[in-house]
Design a protein around this ligand. Sequence first.
Ligand SMILES: *Cc1c(COP(=O)(O)O)cnc(C)c1O
Length: 383
Amino acid sequence: MTDRVPGFDTLAIHAGQEPDPTTGAVVPPIYATSTFAQDGVGGLRSGYEYSRSGNPTRTALEECLRALEGGVRGLAFASGLAAEDTVIRTLTRPGDEVLLPNDAYGGTYRQFAQLHDRWGITSTPVAVTDPDAIARAIGPRTRVVWLETPTNPLLNIADIAAIAELAHAAGAKVVVDNTFATPYLQQPLELGADVVVHSTTKYCGGHSDVVGGAVVTDDEEVAEQLGWHQNAIGAVAGPFDSWLVLRGLKTLAVRMDRHSANAAAIAEQLDDHPAVSEVLYPGLASHPGHDLAKRQMRHFGGMISFRVKAGEQAAVDTCGRTKVFTLGESLGGVESLIEHPGRMTHQSVAGTALEVPDDLIRLSVGIENVEDLIDDLDQALRG
Ligand SMILES: *Cc1c(COP(=O)(O)O)cnc(C)c1O
């Protein structure tokens, strides 16, 4: 062994996961326990007292997430939205404002517009593709600039480094929802963001068998406050869910390579397809965020959105005709999924500034044989 900093794929398999000290088990056990025996009052054997405050399986996951995002602390939650809620309660107070992508994940938008708003935290939608617009939108009450990149479902790309610089100059923190890219494809903390959030339900878990969330920060003070809020709110990841996400992370690098390669090939095919009017994929040279994505991402990821020429009903019918792609919400699993954002994942933003085109189809490209995926889409589009 050298003193070299371990590579991402090595950390994904080993960070936080020393063989179990009592048995030598190479995989961290699922510590299905709510409480821990004490040696005399206040005498903790291993630092654990109660599993909301801390559980060894969750600690293994949190340490792995921390290492992969390059932060000082990782925290695991019961869902992505639970993670987001904890971040906002940590970073804001009534009267504060948050800038939000104008095509944010629908559930994120709903949490801000309908929940945080009630407690006096206002949110303002902005175009994350335009740093100048963000600079103009930042006001004295702006505490947080919330970014997604690529965005869901329009695959817009935000310049994390440029936005972090202008947000910090105005005294605001930058939170990046890194769910679509994953730490393998994009490292927001290194680019200047303060906090990264994930729905680990998606690529981190990677097998569509768990709902979870994560937060990583490289700011010691924020880390301390996040830890307090995680325990006070209590929306923590359970031991079994933590174990599933930890297992998923081991193969994150190889899965993302394959998701990205498959998606790139499919995007090219769709781009030439007679039934398709527009393909939204940052890997295509025609995508407005292509050069930026090339700078700040390792590959372009597994998500593609596209519009069909024949309109909404044709888009809905196409989604119903695929045989390898499963019609369903969510994303980031090994199996390919297809959906109609307007009527499914993004129904909650209908009639708002965040409404998506009704002829839009979103793909979560899995790691199946790419020819099978291409043929399947072609027959579905031809009808
Ligand atoms: C799914 C998702 C979320 C919400 O995560 P849950 O685990 O479903 O609570 C947040 N952001 C993005 C980008 C997502 O795709």
